[in-house]
Design a protein around this ligand. Structure first.
Ligand code: UDP
Length: 240
């Protein structure tokens, strides 16, 4: 049973359990997809039913933000812990390298996915990258075809939320891959274009704060965080 946080159901897994489930899905017939919502995405789902359907329709829903962990706790249904998209992706790539699985990188500005592929091949010896494509295309068809022809088992879909969730729901099956994972800005990080927050910020769950001070233009988007907390408190107020 998933743990509900304001209309989004989260799988209650540790990182190890989440990776084991990811590995199982990538070896299972048919297409599956994983999402890693943070409070901003939960708020988006409250306003956009198609986004909510795409997020809740995923085979794996992992809590990316520390805000989700606080929210679930406040609502009296705590989650085991945070499973960030980026750490999940790294652990999955380790398993892919061992299992000889092929990965396709989709998203970000032209050139970024190629650079990420080069870095990831170095960081995960044995990892097979089936292909890459930037995230600024007009039609899904040719991109889906390219993924299909690449024979990829897994696709990292990095188009930003909720575009990537809707994209995976719409096109997952046609790509021929067994697992698609929505990972937002991860390719920017893997390519080295964007640095991850220093470890101390990561450990304290303050990556969002580091992002804010290094990219102040994100303040508009981040205002969804306090709104999320207010909604959690309202929800708590309704509980008996
Ligand atoms: N992006 C894309 N196609 C689009 C819009 C965005 O490929 O049409 C990419 C963008 O270049 C960036 C990522 O999607 O690499 C979104 O990054 P952001 O940090 O905004 O995502 P978050 O992780 O916060 O969801």
């Amino acid at each position: 049973m998933r743990i509900q946080v304001l209309g989004v159901g989260f799988d209650n897994y540790t990182m190890e359990q989440a990776v084991a489930e990811g590995v199982r899905l990538m070896g299972t017939e048919g297409a599956h997809y994983a999402v890693t919502p943070n409070p901003e995405i939960v708020e988006t789902c409250r306003e956009d039913p198609e986004a909510a359907e795409a997020v809740n329709g995923a085979d794996l829903v992992l809590p990316d933000g520390i805000g989700i962990i606080y929210g679930a706790k406040l609502l009296g249904t705590p989650l085991k812990g945070r499973v960030t998209g980026i750490a999940f992706a790294q652990a999955l790539m380790e398993q892919m390298a061992r299992g000889n699985r092929k990965l396709f990188l989709l998203g970000a500005k032209p050139g970024v996915a190629e650079q990420a592929a080069e870095n990831l091949r170095r960081e995960h010896p044995g990892l097979r990258i089936a292909g890459t494509h930037d995230g600024y295309f007009q039609e899904d068809g040719p991109v889906v075809e390219e993924i299909r022809n690449s024979g990829a088992d897994v696709v990292f879909v990095c188009l930003g939320a909720p575009k990537q969730e809707k994209w995976m729901r719409r096109n997952g099956e046609a790509t021929g891959a067994h697992l698609l994972v929505g990972l937002g800005g991860c390719l920017d990080v893997f390519s080295g274009q964007v640095k991850r927050a220093p470890v101390v910020f990561q450990k304290l769950g303050l990556e969002w704060f580091h992002r804010l001070i290094t990219h102040p233009t994100r303040i508009g988007r981040m205002m969804k965080l306090p709104v999320f907390l207010v909604h959690v408190l309202e929800e708590k107020g309704k509980q008996p």
